[in-house]
Design a protein. Structure first.
Length: 163
């Protein structure tokens, strides 16, 4: 047996003004988008803003349903809209944030496992990393330079083929 270590580097910012102007705008759009979420059951409003390589910005918000599996996360709403309306255009950066009806969210909000897998698919498809900016309603910001950092050992197309 061999024990191995997986590690990655990420950036942490104390304030939004430490980000580039483009990234500040994207994060602000994610916060705007959280206000459009439909979250009557959890009261947890997630917003995402996705910048494409062509400069277009797509917003998404979580959409709940009383039959829980039928809802959809903000990140996937934005990704699927972008892919269907801008086919072949790579994703550059996605910002994710959340606010709650019941408590203050000061820690960075990260994409769930399903969203990580979906973003990984688009990252692999474009053969280009997708940057992810994560913040709560306020507080510190974390930025990773690839979905691979959040989802090591990804399941991808090569796993479906007998190579």
């Amino acid at each position: 047996m061999k024990n191995k270590t997986y590690s990655f580097t990420y950036s942490e910012f104390e304030q939004e003004n430490e980000l580039s102007v483009e990234d500040q705008k994207l994060l602000a759009m994610a916060k705007e988008s959280a206000k459009t979420s439909y979250a009557p059951y959890s009261g947890y409003h997630v917003g995402a803003a996705l910048r494409l390589d062509n400069g277009e910005i797509i917003k998404g918000s979580n959409q709940e349903n009383v039959a829980y599996p039928n809802g959809l996360c903000a990140e996937r709403v934005a990704a699927f809209y972008a892919s269907s309306n801008y086919p072949g255009i790579a994703f550059e950066t996605i910002a994710v944030t959340a606010q709650s009806d019941d408590f203050e969210i000061n820690d960075p909000v990260t994409p769930c496992g399903s969203c990580r897998q979906v973003l990984s698919e688009y990252e692999n498809k474009a053969e280009k990393p997708i940057r992810i900016i994560m913040q709560g309603a306020s507080g510190k910001i974390i930025l990773v330079n690839s979905v691979q950092n959040l989802l090591p050992f990804t399941f991808n197309e090569s796993k479906l083929k007998n190579l």
